[in-house]
Design a protein. Structure first.
Length: 222
């Protein structure tokens, strides 16, 4: 039986929840000068951005993202474009949205969005980074490297792991993504892409346990 077909055990779910909780920064929301919605396969980023805008946490929003092999079919005109369209449907005014349509990784999401803002004459002191729930820590670590002088607050759609899995529809894939993002949190500082983040022992143990049982489809390629 392949890992994709196997029933995920209670122990594997426990490990996944440990990593899920670690990936979230648990920042308290505060008013920020701008927000950046980081492109991905997950339209929940746009939903979260619209809700946070309506709640008054920021006055201006940049959606960032081109396409990737995993998003080209879902978002053929680009992640940022589809995010913008969804946010407009949810009541965010067009004048509150800027587009950054070229980024293909998290460092570019942040660096190119910074340039889009600068081109508009905007030099924020604080940024609300809106991402997938399990990408908050990697987004934070990347921003601290790419844009160290700005204050960063992280946010995402407020979902528990079970709800997120239901929204994606593929438990194995979600756990693979949790493991893959944790590998990036660990490895990217060495590669110069992010600042280092402490990884507690129980998180590292959960990571190793899931790797040993085949949750590895989203790992970095050598």
């Amino acid at each position: 039986m392949s890992v994709k077909q196997q029933v995920i055990t209670d122990e594997q779910w426990r490990h996944a929840r440990t990593i899920w909780d670690y990936h979230q920064m648990h920042h308290d929301l505060r008013h920020c000068d701008v927000a950046i919605g980081l492109g991905s396969h997950d339209l929940g980023v746009a939903r979260a951005a619209a809700e946070l805008y309506r709640a008054g946490w920021f006055p201006l929003l940049v959606f960032s993202g081109a396409t990737s092999p995993t998003t080209a079919a879902r978002f053929p005109r680009g992640e940022a474009v589809h995010y913008r369209e969804h946010a407009l449907e949810l009541g965010v005014p067009d004048e509150a949205i800027l587009l950054e349509p070229n980024a293909t990784n998290t460092g570019q999401n942040i660096g190119l969005s910074r340039q889009v803002l600068a081109d508009a004459g905007i030099h924020p002191g604080s940024v609300l980074l809106i991402s997938k729930p399990y990408m908050e820590r990697r987004a934070y670590a990347t921003a601290r490297k790419v844009w160290p002088e700005v204050e960063v607050v992280c946010a995402s759609e407020p979902l528990e792991l079970d709800d997120y899995v239901s929204s994606i529809g593929d438990p194995k894939l979600v756990i693979d993504m949790l493991v893959g993002d944790l590998q990036r949190v660990i490895e990217y500082p060495r590669l110069g892409y992010a600042v280092e983040q402490p990884v507690p022992g129980e998180v590292h143990d959960a990571y190793q346990a899931l790797l040993r049982t085949g949750f590895d489809s989203r790992l970095l390629t050598p």
